[in-house]
Design a protein around this ligand. Structure first.
Ligand code: NIG
Ligand code: FE
Length: 437
């Protein structure tokens, strides 16, 4: 008999999303690895046993308080949200109303609104204010079942504020149970002081901001895995640092995006990019050729680029919350991406403008209805594939032996109900690193 710190048993469905060390593709997306009447045993925050309840209870023992009866409910992995912009100050309620009346997102941006209005607020906000505002957003994500997420900078667009945002991200990771992966998105928009001189801003990013951001990373706790982390953050290894660019009209063209991404790669960053959200500028091809961890949005990706993506290690992240928020009826063709054997992940893109949404269940609900994903495909995209898209596929995103014990006992017996019902957080009992939250 082995000792365990936590045993969850009598799960009507233990939904593992197990993938055997690689992102899921094609038919494997329809399999969420259900063990009926399953159980999971946890030791030191890590999953040490998975199987039928009878087998796990005869193999592992724990204190009475740590042996939890799931009462036939479904147990799923914590969600991994691989694309968010939750560090910002203020809101964009005026823009919400302008868009309802017919204003266009890129026109608002070109007129100095949109992202730039959030930049103004974020530059003015103190470190403490940003930590507090962002913490509340992380709380909402956690309440919706997200246990790991990526967070981007990109509302500073000057060296000082971009570095302030990185420090906010680190502070959140140190003090909040959700595990965080940082991304440097100084190439999110062109700041007002460089209006008409995008190349000048790209010079500043490449010559000053990227090297300073990397210096920050090397002195941060993401770089030094041995630093003590708060309960719940049961990681092994270094957390990667990504660089990201918005390759789009009124933002950065293909040449500027290439310069940014290749400079970042030379410094040591892993890569991501916002591509094909509105316009195909060739960003998907560029990201795949540079071996980006993910290319995100993909509404305007071409068939040829879908084929390239399928042959690559790059994960495609689709963001149906953005289309929903804009009231669009067209969505990225996630069905085609899965059928072509691309590794597909889902995210909320939680941000004040294009997707003010903290909820992965909402992203899955939209995806199933408008992108024609089956619930199993949506769940794999929101867990294991999302974990691979932020470099954490070995440690997060599924219920497999050796992984962090990040999981939720749902209030449902069939996991599909959390997607079938929509519009409320999927209440349940959440554990991060085996610790009840
Ligand atoms: O992923 N596309 C650019 N960036 C974000 C939106 C950020 C904002 O509107 O503040 C996105 O949609
Ligand atoms: Fe985004």
């Amino acid at each position: 008999m082995q000792n365990a710190d936590l045993i969850i048993h009598n799960a009507g469905q233990l939904v593992t999303c197990a993938s055997g060390g690689k992102p899921k593709r094609g038919d494997a997306m329809r399999d969420v690895g259900i063990i009926e009447n399953g159980a999971v045993a946890v030791k030191d925050g890590v999953i040490v046993g998975i199987g039928k309840t009878s087998d796990i209870l005869s193999e592992f023992a724990g204190n009475e308080a740590d042996v939890i009866d799931a009462e036939g409910k479904a147990v799923i992995p914590g969600f991994v949200d691989p694309h968010t912009h939750i560090v910002f100050a203020g809101d964009r309620l005026n823009e919400f109303e302008l868009k309802i009346k017919g204003a266009d997102y890129l026109e608002i941006l070109a007129a100095g609104g949109g992202i730039i209005s959030t930049v103004k607020n974020t530059r003015e906000a103190s470190f403490e204010q940003l930590v507090e505002e962002s913490r509340k957003r992380l709380d909402k994500m956690l309440a919706c079942g997200t246990t790991t997420c990526e967070i981007k900078t990109g509302y500073g667009l000057d060296t000082e504020t971009e570095l302030k945002m990185l420090r906010v991200i680190e502070e959140l990771d140190k003090t909040h149970p959700v595990s965080i992966v940082p991304t440097f998105l100084a190439a999110h928009a062109v700041p007002p002081e460089f209006k008409g001189n995008t190349d000048g801003y790209v010079d500043l990013i490449c010559d000053e901001m990227l090297p300073m951001a990397w210096e920050w990373y090397e002195s941060s706790h993401f770089f030094r895995p041995s630093d003590p982390l708060q309960a719940g953050h049961m990681r092994s290894g270094q957390i990667p640092f990504y660089a990201d660019v918005f390759c789009e009209k009124n933002a950065f063209d293909l040449t500027q995006a290439e310069r940014f991404l290749t400079t970042a790669k030379e410094i040591g960053f892993k890569l991501k990019s916002h591509v094909d959200q509105f316009t195909n500028l060739g960003g998907s091809r560029l990201g795949i050729e540079l071996n980006a961890a993910s290319i995100d949005h993909l509404d305007a990706i071409s068939d040829e680029e879908i084929e390239m993506l399928a042959q690559s290690e790059t994960v495609g992240i689709v963001i149906p919350t953005e289309n929903f928020n804009a009231g669009k009826t067209q969505f990225a063709n996630a069905r085609k991406l899965i059928d072509a054997s691309c590794a597909l992940a889902l995210s909320t893109d939680y941000n004040p403008g294009s997707a003010p949404c903290p909820s992965m269940p909402m992203a899955m609900a939209i995806s199933c209805r408008y992108q024609k994903l089956l619930p199993a495909e949506a769940l794999n995209a929101a867990t294991i594939n999302a974990a691979f898209s932020i470099g954490l596929g070995e440690t997060h995103g599924s219920i497999e032996i050796g992984k962090n014990a990040d999981l939720t006992i749902l209030d449902f017996e069939d996991y599909r109900e959390m997607i079938y019902e929509f519009g409320k957080p999927p209440a349940g009992d959440l554990f991060i690193g085996g610790v009840g939250i």
